[in-house]
Design a protein around this ligand. Structure first.
Ligand code: HEM
Ligand SMILES: [Cu+2]
Length: 556
């Protein structure tokens, strides 16, 4: 059962199950959730590289005071496109990438409920992304309104470029893609679970995708609406956000953050889910407190809908006490998760292949990000830190130290399943350590810069004592991050050039995707083990082991 004929893997890979050749056309027309997942993964990663190059451009500009590489307007466009690409064209689609690949496999079914809708999501995402980037070819250049698109900066008076209109339209398209994906994930999880898999036997990753999908269904329509209103204000004479005509700019902030705060949890929960899958496998223990983890996931989702205005403390237009307290509250279920991951590792038989390295790096860095988040949830401190580099440091702490580390943990973990090949461990370790060092150098100095008042979103800064040095450290760190991606890319390319050699279950893992071949056949499974806990593959493996030992059956 576990041994696999490498040639069979290759054939499945090539779509031969359907009697097709593995040519490009089969990828363009595919409705297979695994292929759509891989398309999402590759596309989102390409956007990550583009967003990363823009980040390096900004860091190089900020390496020393004075303007060197870009002017103020180009800098506006650069941070706007960097933030937009990272949030909408990399982070969010990465959720769809993992969810597409894994949800049907983990719940033990052949595909999504709506495979064609699933393909449509991918193509809408790609097309929307191209529309956003095409702003660079518009008269006036790309969007220059920040990823938050605040009015009045984003009205036609201050942002004259067509790039901003393309940003609006492109984001609306990718938003529809995200919503359609969430519909698919939710319905698949509700209706397609294999016999025996009750909700409380579902892998933690699927729970996180379920909660994140429900957040998407609440949050993204608010963004779509806000974008439509902004386009109407800019091009069709509407006045939603124009105070002189009875509109309200604060309305934009409410709509944007009603989407924007849940969005940061949409970019966190799925990767929490990855960590919850990886840690138990390399601790050789079940996840500590599975049911409490489920509850914590649901609570994080619920609370995250009621904290949006902590991004608006300084507007004076909101109830500060309510939003500050609700923000503190969200730290409780998040803390529970961190406690449970550590408790899972406690007294485990720990091993540290690359996925586990990234998972433990995630915990370590995410704790720093979480604590600095609680600090800015305190309104008086936020009044001080608003719009400084402290916020830049905090948001990257959770999005890079959290989400990106989680994404890499997931790629190293599931790469053997997706391709039948394993990524090189030595290159993986170089990648990991350069990212830890690069991360610390890039982002920790920014807390200090922010605390001493350096504002965000400026192409330049005064040569105050210490600022030049801290900025230089940050820039050097970002170059290490950039270089650190290279061993990863080399590992991917060299792995893909080897013939597939991975068994069904190379890590001795727990969930159903490890039951089938690596890579899985077109419809995922030819058989399923009995599902009596949240670790069916572990149960089956233990049973097989027990019956292989002489007299073993009797003991089990
Ligand atoms: C990995 C290396 C990264 C580096 C070196 C980096 C660097 C930067 C820099 C220099 C800025 C502009 C700061 C300013 O002048 O205000 C920025 C802004 C931002 N970054 Fe990153 N970044 C990285 C990754 C990411 C990732 C992975 C995400 C999200 C998933 C992200 C999301 C953002 C957002 C949302 C902004 C704010 C944009 C705005 O002000 O409108 N970054 N980043
Ligand atoms: Cu928030």
């Amino acid at each position: 059962m576990t041994a696999i004929d490498p040639a069979a893997g290759q054939l499945a890979d090539a779509g031969a199950v359907r009697g097709e050749r593995g040519d490009i056309l089969t990828w363009l027309t595919t409705t297979d959730h695994k292929r759509i997942g891989i398309l999402y993964l590759v596309t989102a990663f390409a956007f990550f590289l583009i967003g990363g190059l823009l980040a390096l451009l900004m860091r190089l500009e900020l390496a020393q005071p004075g303007l060197q590489l870009v002017d103020a307007e180009a800098y506006n466009q650069t941070f706007t496109m960097h933030g937009t690409i990272m949030m909408f064209l990399f982070g969010t689609p990465m959720v769809a990438a993992f969810a597409n690949y894994l949800v049907p496999l983990q719940v033990g079914t052949a595909d999504m409920v709506f495979p064609r809708l699933n393909a449509l999501s991918y193509w809408l995402f790609l097309f929307g992304g191209i529309v956003v980037l095409s702003g660079y070819f518009a008269a006036g250049g790309a969007a220059d309104v920040g990823w938050t698109g605040y009015v009045p900066n984003s009205d036609l008076h201050y942002s004259t470029t067509t790039g901003t209109d393309l940003w609006i339209v492109g984001l609306a398209l990718t938003g529809v893609a995200t919503i359609l994906g969430a519909i698919n994930f939710t319905t698949t999880i509700y209706t397609r679970r294999a016999p025996g898999m009750s909700m409380l036997r579902m892998p933690m990753f699927c729970w996180n995708i379920l909660v994140a999908s429900i957040l998407i269904l609440f949050a993204f329509p608010a963004l779509t609406g806000a974008l439509a209103m902004l386009l109407f204000d800019r091009r069709f004479g509407a006045t939603f956000f124009v105070p002189a005509a009875g509109g309200d700019p604060i309305l934009w902030q409410h709509l944007f953050w009603f989407f924007g705060h849940p969005e940061v949890y949409i970019l966190a929960l799925p990767f929490f889910g990855i960590i919850s899958e990886v840690i138990p496998v390399f601790s050789r223990k079940p996840l500590f407190g599975y049911k409490v983890m489920v509850l914590a996931t649901i609570l994080i989702g619920a609370y995250s809908m009621s904290v949006w205005a902590h991004h608006m403390f300084t507007t004076g237009a909101i109830n500060v006490a309510f939003f500050s307290l609700s923000s503190f509250l969200i730290a409780v279920p998040t803390g529970i998760k961190i406690f449970n991951w550590v408790a899972t590792m406690f007294r485990g038989r720990l091993t540290f292949p690359t996925p586990m390295l990234f998972a433990t790096g995630f915990i370590y860095l995410f704790v720093i990000g979480g604590i600095t988040g609680v600090i800015v949830a305190s309104a008086p401190i936020d009044y001080q830190f608003q719009d400084t580099y402290y916020v830049v440091a905090h948001l990257h702490n959770v999005l890079v130290g959290g989400s990106v580390f989680g994404i890499f943990a997931g790629i190293y973990f599931w790469f053997p399943k997706m391709t039948g090949r394993r990524l090189d461990e030595r290159l993986g370790k170089i990648h990991f350590w350069s990212w830890v060092v690069g991360f610390i150098l890039t982002f920790l100095p920014q807390y200090q810069l922010g605390a001493s008042g350096m504002p965000r979103r400026y192409p330049d800064y005064a040569a105050n004592p210490g600022w030049t040095e801290l900025n230089l450290v940050s820039t050097v760190g970002s170059l290490i991050l950039g270089l650190g991606v290279i061993p990863f890319l080399v590992a991917v390319v060299t792995a893909l050039r080897r013939p597939p050699d991975q068994p069904n279950d190379p890590w001795e893992a727990n969930s159903l995707e490890w039951w089938t071949t690596s890579p899985p056949p077109h419809h995922d499974f030819t058989s399923l083990p009995p599902i009596r806990s949240e670790r069916p593959v572990f149960d089956a493996r233990e049973k097989a082991r027990a019956s292989a030992e002489p007299g073993g059956e009797a003991r089990s």
